[in-house]
Design a protein around this ligand. Structure first.
Ligand code: HMG
Length: 386
C-alpha cells in the first residue's frame, strides 16, 4: 500500500524583517547574513500570532479537500507550544471543526517533532487503510535581540494530509534514525528564548546527516545517484548547503549538478521566512516542488533529512506521484510572501519585546492579520481564545 503526503499547506506571519537592514543595525556586513548564513528575510510573529494560529491557517489551505468522516488522527509537532499541559492540537481541532472522535495530541523533540508525527501517521494509515491523518509542524524560533542566533529566527507552519494512494509523494518503507543526549540547543521551562551552542550544533547536525544518510543508503542498497533531490531541515540555508555538499561528495559527476540545482530550489521559501523549526524540512520540500519546474519528474526519489537538537536525526525518502503539480498552491504561497508587511528594525525590536511579556489573566487583543485568517484574540482566566 502506498502511503504519503496527499495535500500540503503553509502559513507564515503577516510581518517580516529585511536582513540587510538587520545587518546594518547590528554593524555586520550584509553579505554575512545573505551569503554566509544564506538568509534574506525573517518572519516576525506579533502578539496575535502563535503556533496555534499558524497551524490552523496552514491547514485551512486544503481542508475543503478532506473527507472529515475518514480523518482519524491530528498531530501537532512543536517546540514553542502555548501550554505546558493542553495540546495545541485541541485548539486546532476546534477551530477547524474536526470530528470529536479523532485522536489528537502534541509531540515534542525540538525540530524533529513533525517528523515524529509524520512517521506515526504513516504507521497509523498502514494499520487503518481507510483512515487519514493530519500532521502539522508549527513554530516560532526566538533566540533574542543582538544574539548570534538572531539572524536565524523565523516562524511558520506546514500542514500535511497523510493518506493511502497519496497525490503528492509516496514514502518508501523504512527510515534511518540516530540519537544522542547532547546540549547543542535547548529551552528550559522558564525561558522564552532558546539557549544554543551554535557552532557545536552545526557540527552535530552534519554528523547526524552523514550517519543517517549512509545508514539509509546501506539499508536500501542505494547510492546518492538514486536521488533526484535531497531536502533538509533548514535552520538557515548555509546549514543545508553544508549537508548537501556531503551528499554530493558521494554522487557521480552526472548527479552533482542536479542535486545542487534542486537544493537551491528547496531553499527559496526558507530564505524568505527563516527557521520554522518543526516545519522547516517540509517547507524545503514544498519549496522544491513549487520552484524546481521541469527539474522534477514523477517517479523520482526525494530524500528527507530531519534534525532536532538534543539530538535526534532521521533520513527517509519517497517517490513523487504522477500529477503532483495539480495539488500545489504556488501562486497563493508567493502572494502570501509578497504581501507581508515589512517592519523596520526598531518596529521588529518592539514587536519582539512585546511578545516576550507575560499577559494578564484577562485580555482582549485585536489584530491586523489578513482577513479570513485566525489570530490569537486574548485570554480569560489564562484560557486562550482564537
Ligand atoms: P556566527 O557566529 O554568526 O558564525 O554564528 P560565523 O561568524 O562563523 O559566520 C557564519 C558564516 O558566515 C561563516 O561561513 C562565515 O565565513 C560567513 P561558514 O564558515 O559557516 O561557511 N561570513 C561571511 N560570508 C560572506 N561575507 C561576509 C561574511 N562574514 C562571515 N562578510 C550560527 C552562526 C549559525 C552558529 C548562529 O547564527 C547560531 O547559533 N544560530 C542558531 C543555531 C543553529 O541554527 N544551528 C543549526 C544546527 S542545529 C539545528 O538545526 C536545530 C535547530 O533548528 C533547533 C531545533 O532542533 O529545535 C536550531
Amino acid at each position: 500500500m502506498k502511503i504519503g503526503i496527499d495535500r500540503i499547506g503553509f502559513a507564515t506571519t503577516n510581518k517580516y524583517l529585511d536582513l540587510d537592514e538587520l545587518a546594518n543595525a547590528r554593524g555586520v556586513d550584509p553579505n554575512k547574513f545573505k551569503i554566509g548564513i544564506g538568509q534574506n528575510k525573517m518572519a516576525v510573529a506579533d502578539m496575535t500570532e502563535d503556533i496555534v494560529t499558524l497551524a490552523i491557517n496552514s491547514t485551512l489551505e486544503y481542508l475543503d479537500d478532506v473527507d472529515l468522516a475518514k480523518l482519524g488522527l491530528l498531530i501537532v509537532g512543536t517546540e514553542s507550544g502555548i501550554d505546558q499541559s493542553k495540546s495545541a492540537s485541541l485548539f486546532v481541532k476546534e477551530a477547524l471543526n474536526l470530528p470529536n472522535e479523532i485522536r489528537t495530541f502534541e509531540v515534542k523533540e525540538a525540530c524533529f517533532g513533525a517528523t515524529a508525527g509524520l512517521m506515526m501517521a504513516r504507521d497509523y494509515v498502514r494499520a487503518h487503510p481507510n483512515h487519514t491523518a493530519i500532521v502539522i509542524g508549527s513554530d516560532i524560533a526566538r533566540y533574542g535581540l543582538n544574539t548570534s542566533g538572531e539572524v536565524t529566527q523565523g516562524a511558520g507552519a506546514v500542514s500535511m494530509f497523510i493518506a493511502q494512494e497519496p497525490k503528492i509523494i509516496a514514502f518508501e518503507e523504512g527510515h534511518a534514525s540516530y540519537s544522542e543526549d547532547i546540549n547543542d540547543f535547548w529551552r528550559p521551562n522558564n525561558f522564552k528564548t532558546a539557549l544554543v551552542d551554535g557552532k557545536y550544533s552545526t557540527e552535530i547536525y552534519l554528523k547526524f546527516f552523514q550517519k543517517t544518510f549512509d545508514a539509509y543508503l546501506n539499508q536500501n542498497k542505494l547510492t546518492a545517484d538514486d536521488f533526484t533531490a535531497i531536502t533538509y531541515h533548514l535552520p538557515f540555508t548555509k546549514m543545508g548547503l553544508k549537508a548537501n555538499r556531503l551528499a554530493v561528495a558521494e554522487a557521480s559527476e552526472d548527479s552533482k549538478a542536479r542535486l545542487e540545482e534542486n537544493f537551491e530550489y528547496s531553499t527559496k521559501y526558507g530564505r524568505e521566512v527563516g527557521n520554522l523549526y518543526t516545519g522547516s524540512l517540509y517547507l524545503s520540500f514544498l519549496s522544491l516542488l513549487e520552484n524546481a519546474g521541469a527539474n522534477l519528474q514523477a517517479g523520482k526519489r526525494i530524500g528527507f533529512f530531519s534534525y532536532g537538537s538534543g539530538a535526534m536525526g532521521e533520513f527517509f525518502a519517497g517517490e513523487l506521484v504522477s500529477g503532483y503539480e495539480q495539488y500545489l498552491n504556488k501562486e497563493l504561497h508567493q502572494q502570501m510572501l509578497s504581501e507581508r508587511t515589512k517592519l523596520s528594525v526598531a518596529e521588529y525590536e518592539n514587536v519582539f519585546t512585546e511578545t516576550l511579556k507575560d499577559l494578564p489573566e484577562d485580555i482582549e487583543l485585536s489584530s491586523d492579520v489578513t482577513a479570513g485568517k485566525y489570530y490569537f484574540a486574548g485570554q480569560n482566566g489564562f484560557a486562550r481564545n482564537y
